[in-house]
Design a protein around this ligand. Structure first.
Ligand code: HEM
Length: 283
């Protein structure tokens, strides 16, 4: 049982054409398995999160009751991207599991909306948000090591509180970024294989082997998104994460939650509700 479907081209060459569609179910089961194991771990085994005391005591009186987390622009980006992503998943995979409909036009239009929103996000995050807040730093790696040692019952110091994003969120953002760039780059080329009103169809733009590899990369990154989206939604609805999810709707989180999980020295908050940098970024 191969991971890729092959066919013989008119030139007699063996070429890849798609991923094997059973991978859809592998991705669904992987996502569901992760959330069942994680939920059981959290319910029966996980201990209360503990952090080393930060230096913020006595210096937080100036903080507002609601801490700005995501600007309106970042929130609009997040929800446009979420809507286009769900449309892409539904239009791509329902027909593959037996629900037939004319999916291609809905799919590439949602793909264009995702592409535009990602281009916008790159500019917005590079010039208007705190660009480095979503990339792992040295403290994240040191704390990840401490957390791993403590998980296995080995002696280790307490980790620091998080910056704006914990390491797990940063790694998730990295996985979404890589898969997102893969579906966008291949998807735009694949639009030359179908009829759109944007440019003339040209199925001869690439050879059969290149087209095949492109469909396969699009498919692998696409099924990867099934697992990524399942885990993302699962974390969004977990009770202890609801204040963060609410932040993506209303833009702010409570001062108590901020001080419990975040280190003001690592995530400096700009109290102005309209400030882009303190209230930055939508992941
Ligand atoms: C999460 C995002 C996406 C997922 C899950 C996804 C999934 C898929 C899948 C599974 C296919 C069928 C591939 C095959 O037959 O081997 C497909 C085809 C296609 N996708 Fe996507 N895709 C995504 C994003 C995009 C984007 C961003 C674009 C455009 C910019 C795009 C444009 C296309 C086009 C044009 C086709 C070809 C349709 C055809 O040849 O019949 N997709 N997509």
């Amino acid at each position: 049982m191969g991971l890729i479907q092959w066919a013989t081209s008119p030139l007699g060459q063996n070429v890849p054409i798609h991923i094997a569609w059973f991978l859809i179910w592998v991705a669904v089961i992987a996502g569901l398995l992760f959330l069942v194991v994680h939920a059981i771990y959290m319910r029966y085994l996980a201990k209360e999160k503990v952090f080393v005391a930060d230096a913020s005591a006595g210096t937080t009186a100036h903080l507002p009751a609601r801490i700005p987390r995501h600007s309106l622009t970042a929130r609009i980006f997040h929800w446009v991207m979420a809507a286009s992503m769900l449309t892409l998943l539904v239009t791509a995979f329902l027909p593959k599991v037996g629900v037939q409909f004319d999916w291609v036009a809905y799919h590439w239009i949602a793909g264009i909306i995702l592409t535009i929103s990602i281009l916008f996000h790159i500019v917005h995050a590079s010039f208007f948000l705190d660009f480095w807040s979503i990339w792992p730093d040295r403290t994240d790696l040191q704390d990840a090591w401490k957390r791993t040692l403590r998980f296995f019952g080995k002696p280790a110091g307490l980790p620091r509180k998080f910056a704006k994003y914990p390491l797990e969120n940063k790694l998730y953002h990295g996985a979404v970024m890589i898969s997102g760039l893969a579906v966008v780059a291949t998807g735009i080329c694949m639009m030359f294989r179908v009829r759109t009103f944007l440019f003339p169809r040209n199925p001869y733009l690439f050879g059969d082997m290149t087209w095949g590899l492109m469909y396969v990369l699009h498919g692998f990154a696409g099924v990867g998104f099934i697992t990524l989206v399942i885990t993302h939604i699962y974390f969004a609805v977990r009770p202890e994460k609801l204040p963060i999810t609410a932040g993506m709707l209303i833009g702010t989180m409570s001062r108590e939650f901020y001080l419990k999980e975040h280190d003001p020295a690592r995530w400096t908050v700009n109290p102005s509700p309209n400030a882009e940098r303190g209230a930055a970024d939508g992941d």
